[in-house]
Design a protein around this ligand. Sequence first.
Ligand code: PMP
Length: 300
Amino acid sequence: MNRVVYIDGHYYPKDEARVSVFDHGFLYGDGVFEGIRAYNGRVWKLDDHLVRLYESAKSVMLDIPLSPAAMAEAVVETLRRNDLREAYVRLVVSRGPGDLGLDPRRCPRPTVVVIADTISLFPEAVYVDGLKVVTVATRRNQNEALNPRIKSLNYLNSILAKLDANHLGYHEVLIMNSEGFITEGTGDNIFIVRRGVLITPPNTSGILEGVTRAVVLDLAKTAGLPASETDFTRHDLYTAEECFLTGTAAEVIPVVEVDGRSIGNGKPGPATLALTKAFRAKTQAEGTEIFPRPRQARAS
Ligand code: PMP
């Protein structure tokens, strides 16, 4: 099917969807974005993604020219026009076209883009057997330089770590902050289970506040699994019973080896499997309807 892309209120065929080379998103990575998923005809956690988008924009003083409600409608309408029920959506708000200088004041109109496409899933074997990962030399951006909580168009920090991953021959790698605490992967948050407690790094340690991370913390609460947002080091990770990564694209992926040490018994652990199951059930059952169903005729 020929896909259409939303740009500033209009829908263009994929091949004609273009933005200016003077856009500061292109020239400087000046802008913010979201990666959103649709399952079973519903957009998963749309409001949470929009909250994060508007927070990222506020932090970089980017005035999004649409209300959150209008933005939600643009996302849903883009999925509708592409007839997608299972999808990955990329929502981008860039600073917009300006001159060749840095100054955002020269960019009067931000550019809003919504791209919807099918999602390429990780192979099922990854979920069954688990991932092997390594920690890399590239450190997470410092909060005082470029806060990783801002989901900005400048993803070079993660791309540098991805280059480490490619070079070392791993699908995903773990990034530490400058203090040596584990932060996250290139595009996923991390959890460990150590001495029966589910632990994930706090928002201040150099992570993106993942939407999936928040869902998993909620699921843990419901399941009565003690959880804590605490910094941890490689030692905690090596000696954990379980480890997994979370993200919109990845969902919940077990990690079974880190830097050559097996985690637990080297197989996805029981908490990881239970949380994965609960997560999948929730994604199938909840979300914003893309194709509102006609009201049921009342049985007389
Ligand atoms: N960290 C980074 C750096 C990411 O890019 C992502 C993907 N958006 C995540 C974590 C996971 O966040 P979410 O669960 O919201 O997709």
